[in-house]
Ligand binder design. Structure first.
Ligand code: MLT
Length: 248
């Protein structure tokens, strides 16, 4: 059993996906917003690469059934219902709806994961729920890949720290699991910032850019451990909430 961390979808190889359990991490902010939407009753989330794809897919739905959501350069997309701030995905707005979502890094990372045994969306806000699923898979003999979406194809501090926290806690649950060097490096980063998540997000490049763009509140929302205790499963190119009707 192995725990690997991959930085950016372009570094993903078939061997790191095929038959594995893959967790896609985009703490700021796609993973967090997806968990918020599902916790608040969204029916399903369809991650899409481009704005045009969202507009085209929306035509297949009655307008009242869908929410068009996402960002470019962190800002809401003109004509869409929602940006990518977790707080926008409130129950009043998303309950029972299909969310068509496009973001700069997070949704393309998700879309790149094909052929995994299971693919889940992971963040701090759903940390324990996803950890339980990954821990069970690892103890059952599966290899786990933690895919950090990153920022503009570069390592993002917040995703590495979150991956490291998962790696550390998975290792505690399955001591015989082997960690890649990437996982071990992320574990060191996580240890450095344990108990200081908001501070870490404030210090990160992406966090500073969000603050400068007026999204300071999002940093606190994205640092709230277990605020949205859901397991978002990505299957058949859509994300739904793992629940009693959809056990693993
Ligand atoms: C992304 O997918 O790159 C992000 O979630 C960007 C953001 O909304 O801050």
């Amino acid at each position: 059993m192995r725990i690997d961390v991959v930085f950016g979808a372009t570094s993903l190889t078939p061997a790191l996906v095929s038959g594995r359990v893959v967790a896609v991490i985009d703490v700021l902010r796609a993973s967090t917003s997806i968990a918020a939407a599902l916790a608040n009753g969204a029916r399903t989330i369809i991650p899409l690469d481009s704005i045009d794809e969202v507009i085209t897919r929306a035509k297949a739905f009655d307008r009242s059934e869908v929410r068009l959501a996402g960002e470019r350069k962190m800002l809401p997309i003109s004509g869409f219902d929602l940006g990518n701030s977790p707080s926008e995905f409130s129950r009043e707005v998303v309950e029972g709806k299909t969310v068509l979502l496009t973001t700069t890094n997070g949704t393309s990372a998700l879309v790149s994961v094909q052929g995994a045994r299971d693919a889940v969306v992971a963040a701090y806000v759903n940390f324990s729920a996803v950890l339980a699923l990954l821990g069970t898979a690892l103890r059952g003999g599966a290899d786990v890949t933690l895919l950090c979406a990153g920022r503009d194809r570069q390592l993002a501090l917040e995703d590495a720290a979150c991956a490291g926290r998962y790696a550390l806690q998975l290792r505690a649950r399955a001591e015989e699991a082997e960690m890649s060097d990437g996982a071990a490096a992320c574990a060191l980063i996580a240890t450095q910032y344990e108990g200081r998540l908001e501070e870490m997000l404030e210090a990160s490049e992406h966090g500073r850019a969000l603050r400068d763009a007026g999204f300071q509140r999002d940093l606190a929302d994205c640092a709230a451990i277990d605020a949205y205790p859901v397991v978002p499963i990505y299957q058949d190119r859509q994300i739904t909430r793992l629940g009693p009707d959809r056990e693993r």
